[in-house]
Design a protein around this ligand. Structure first.
Ligand SMILES: Cc1cc2nc3c(=O)[nH]c(=O)nc-3n(C[C@H](O)[C@H](O)[C@H](O)COP(=O)(O)OP(=O)(O)OC[C@H]3O[C@@H](n4cnc5c(N)ncnc54)[C@H](O)[C@@H]3O)c2cc1C
Length: 458
């Protein structure tokens, strides 16, 4: 790629959030959602700026306790990935610093202390990340830029409004995709060192933090970019060909299993889409996977970006709110507390198996996730409670939880977001219904339940 094209490709993925005074210190990349060195447009953006101004480059991560209800196994997965990121950065002459404080508390003073040249952050539409960013904008004099390195096309460029459904965002994505779905240039060994003499007040050791955690409960897979790359390569080699026939059958292991890597940014969705799109398999075979990876993922980010109430009843479409309101007082045949649900203690063995599977493995198959969330609507006193419980359980137990895909997925299941009205029935109103009989028509429910219960007994 020629240098001008490379630079332009990097620059167009970012936007300026704040003008300010460029200090004499390093360019700082505040990494949050995209925890990788390779294929990271935000890091490339920061490096390009640092090289053009002959500055050192520093990456900081702010570790917040109790982030959206995450458990220690999720922290451990993330921190192991960060440890590998730190090592790789070090080899590239890029400094990495960990803080155990929220970014709005630590970064303003820190940026002042090192006289930062400018700050680059990655993009995340979730409320907490946006609040942190707004606090930073208000408190620092340093210029701030944001780069969307999670989506293939920056979320603010795909659309400037909340999209109604996949069919409304798809043409907008397709229009820009050829231009944005490119190869990603490599990061360079950074030519300028940051010769800091200041003690980085408040910085922590990753190894120490990791040693204080244990993965209680959920079995952990390999974390970090190398494991993510290995999993992606294996899926493309073995799973992609049969994805479309197998993905809706929880007994066949037909999904890619890549969502935790995509969630923590260990894997670039753009790299994955680029490799899949150039694979020799026929386009009809690859299309269903690319639809999920690109259209559905970017639709979820669009939902959280333009719907401030993405995790509340008020975030549901008007037809769904009206219909759910009309069925508020319908009698529920079963009512379960949060504790019953969390313990997998309902009358329906399939639902209990799903919950146990989620707790044990940190994941639940995509098809079962829909059934699982819809039953919570059926078995709780109102849609608000259902939404709260489903989000709380998903965020607490899914390795890929606390993600726009999760908020959109739960809102789709319980509140008709990105869906249409269906035949009316008790409790659900016009929200699409699912039940165990439907699952039995799709896959061998008994075999799924036996494998989960056998694992539980081990
Ligand atoms: C109630 C409910 C909760 C969900 N919670 C989450 C969550 O917390 N985190 C999460 O990443 N996904 C969530 N999803 C979406 C989807 O179920 C998962 O992304 C998918 O099952 C992850 O497994 P995979 O990586 O093997 O997917 P694959 O089928 O292999 O798909 C590849 C990638 O495409 C994207 N994708 C696939 N399906 C969807 C979808 N429906 N919406 C948006 N993106 C999609 C994901 O990034 C996924 O990793 C949820 C769906 C529902 C109905």
């Amino acid at each position: 790629m020629d240098i001008n094209r490379r630079n332009k490709d990097i620059v167009r993925r970012g936007r300026r959030l704040k003008n300010g005074r460029r200090g004499d210190g390093p360019v700082v990349y505040w990494v949050s959602r995209d925890q990788r060195v390779r294929d990271n447009w935000a890091l490339l953006w920061a490096q390009q700026e640092a090289i053009s101004r002959q500055k050192g480059l520093l990456v900081v991560f702010c570790l917040v306790p109790d982030y959206l209800g995450a458990k220690s196994s999720q922290y451990l997965f993330m921190l192991r990935g960060l440890a590998r990121m730190q090592k790789k950065l070090h080899e590239m002459n890029i400094h990495f610093t960990l803080f155990e404080q929220s970014p709005d508390d630590i970064l303003p003073g820190f940026l002042r202390q090192i006289d930062a040249h400018l700050l680059v952050s990655d993009f995340d539409p979730l409320r907490i990340k946006r609040q942190w960013t707004e606090q930073l904008i208000a408190q620092v004099v340093t210029p701030i830029y944001q780069v969307d390195t999670h989506n293939i096309i920056p979320a603010w460029m795909v659309s400037d409004k909340k999209e109604y459904a996949a069919y409304t965002i798809r043409p907008k994505i397709k229009r820009l995709l050829d231009d944005f779905l490119t190869d990603i240039p490599p990061l360079q060994h950074h030519p300028f060192s940051w010769a800091h003499t200041l003690a980085l007040a408040g910085s922590s050791s990753l190894a120490r933090v990791i040693s204080t955690l244990n993965s209680s409960g959920c079995e952990l897979r390999g974390a970090g970019e190398a494991s993510a790359q290995f999993a992606a390569d294996s899926f493309i080699k073995i799973g992609l060909e049969n994805y479309s026939e197998r993905r809706n059958n929880p007994c066949l292991n037909g999904q890619s299993g890549l969502s935790p890597y995509l969630h923590f940014g260990h894997l670039s969705a753009q790299r994955l889409a680029w490799v899949v799109s150039r694979d020799k398999l026929p386009i009809e075979t690859k299309e269903p996977f690319l639809e999920e990876l690109i259209v559905r993922r970017e639709l979820s980010d669009n939902f959280c970006l333009y719907e401030p109430l993405y995790d509340t009843f008020a975030g549901f479409p008007a037809w769904a709110r009206k219909s759910l309101d009309q069925h508020r007082c319908d009698e529920r045949a079963y009512l379960y507390s949060f504790h019953d649900l969390e313990a997998g203690n309902t009358h329906e063995q399939l639902w209990n198996a799903c919950q146990i599977d989620l707790v044990q493995s940190g994941k639940l198959h995509g098809y079962l996730r829909m059934y699982w969330a819809k039953k919570i609507l059926e078995w709780t006193p109102n849609p608000e409670t259902a939404l709260e419980y489903a989000i709380r359980l998903n965020d607490r137990y899914s390795l890929d939880g606390r993600d726009p895909n999760g908020y959109a997925g739960v809102a789709w299941s319980i509140g008709g977001v990105h869906d249409r009205a269906w035949a009316e029935r008790p409790v659900f109103g016009k929200i699409r219904y699912m039940n165990e009989a439907g699952c039995r028509r799709k896959f061998d429910v008994n075999s799924y339940m036996s494998s989960v219960f056998a694992r539980e007994r081990e």
